[in-house]
Design a protein around this ligand. Structure first.
Ligand code: DC
Length: 210
């Protein structure tokens, strides 16, 4: 069993890299952010407050019922709710077993798994065979997210809003007391500020293949 852990901040490109690596090696892929997004969205849909422990824990217990391909999972408001529920230790504990189970027994009998998130290399799979921590400066990440959402039709105000939201999310994800976003001690750092996805993929392959 080979485990590849990809961690990094919002809009760093970790999901795209994880998907490409999983396809390349024919491993299973788990986007762990989608689990926190599901908990955030279930909380919002039931009229709850993502910062309230009881509301968020009740939502985490229902995460298995959520369709993880629901497009509403990808919105910035769901991302913000996800980042809030993710700061609650009991929510993280509920999602831990699922993530570890996926890594230990990847679906489809695959020979390995790629997990991407914030704490894969530090908490979920500290013994992962490969750990990559993706970074990119916040302006670059905001620009990428902006182009993704608005293409050529966005305004400066849209960009400024995305930048502010990313800053807020980085701050929450890095400064929470449980499993904060940080590189594992033995992670390889990959700065993607000046590279496109193909270049990042090639660099990651080099790190993994040694
Ligand atoms: O990667 P993403 O933007 O889809 O993640 C959404 C939020 O979920 C993120 O702001 C923090 C939280 N998260 C987490 O705390 N731990 C993970 N392993 C993955 C995501």
């Amino acid at each position: 069993m080979t485990i590849i852990a990809i961690d990094g901040p919002a809009a760093s490109g970790k999901g795209t890299l994880a998907r490409k690596l999983a396809a390349h090696f024919d491993y299973a892929h788990l986007d762990t952010g989608a689990l926190y997004r599901a908990v955030g969205l279930i909380t919002l849909r039931s009229g709850g407050n993502p910062e309230d422990e009881a509301d968020a824990v009740a939502a985490a217990q229902k995460v298995g019922e959520m369709d993880l391909t629901d497009p509403e999972l990808r919105t910035e408001s769901t991302g913000a709710a996800a980042s809030k529920v993710a700061a609650i230790p009991e929510v993280r504990r509920i999602l831990l077993d699922y993530q570890r189970g996926f890594a230990a027994n990847p679906p489809g009998g695959k020979a390995g798994a790629v997990l991407d998130g914030r704490d894969i290399g530090t908490v979920i799979c500290p013994g992962a065979d490969h750990k990559i921590f993706i970074t990119a400066n916040v302006e670059t990440r905001a620009k990428r997210r902006f182009l993704e959402l608005f293409g050529e039709n966005g305004s400066t105000a849209d960009y400024e809003k995305i930048l502010a939201e990313l800053r807020e999310r980085d701050d929450r994800d890095m400064n929470r007391s449980t499993a904060p976003l940080k590189p594992a001690e033995n992670a390889d750092l990959l700065d993607t500020s000046n590279s496109d996805i193909e270049a990042v993929f090639q660099k990651a392959l080099k790190l993994i293949n040694g």
